[in-house]
Design a protein around this ligand. Structure first.
Ligand SMILES: [Zn+2]
Length: 158
């Protein structure tokens, strides 16, 4: 089976380092203070470590069934059946000049693949996002060819 996998290196580094620093702060302070303070810092340590681990696993994974966006917060699976188009767009919110692949859904909503976003909109970054878009679109088109559900949907609309 054909699969693609995209990772936002900068995003991953930021999250892993942030989580790592957080967990170190917890670790250092575990050795002193009252039990309540130690419990608090133990929590900080576990929390920071969990973020670092989740950050290291973040990314976008796609095959001819759909796309999995794995992020620190929420992971989301989108079936190709629900996607009408893949484009490249601004990656709302995280950083001003972020661009990312975008799944435009049949229902009119869209999903920004932030886990594969590029920080900065240089020519190189744009080309990389375009190439990710193309790879996703290839998988989507292959899905369309092989999916009975999509074939039925199209027959209904025609
Ligand atoms: Zn389908």
């Amino acid at each position: 089976m054909n699969q693609v996998r995209f990772v936002s290196i900068w995003q991953r580094l930021t999250v892993v380092m942030g989580g790592g620093v957080f967990s170190l702060v917890g670790l250092v302070d575990l050795s002193s203070g009252s039990w309540a303070a130690r419990a608090f810092y133990a929590f900080i340590f576990v929390f920071g470590a969990a973020i670092a681990v989740l950050g290291a696993r973040a990314g976008v994974f796609a095959d001819d069934k759909g796309v999995l966006q794995r992020a620190v917060g929420l992971s989301k699976y989108i079936f190709w059946c629900d996607v009408s188009k893949v484009s490249v767009g601004p990656g709302d919110g995280m950083a001003p000049a972020t661009i990312a692949p975008v799944l435009e859904k049949v229902d009119g909503s869209s999903v920004v693949l932030l886990s594969a976003a590029s920080y900065g909109a240089s020519t190189e970054a744009r080309m990389r996002m375009q190439s990710q878009r193309d790879q996703l679109e290839v998988l989507r088109l292959r899905h369309l060819k092989n999916c009975n559900q999509c074939r039925l949907d199209r027959a209904e609309k025609a």
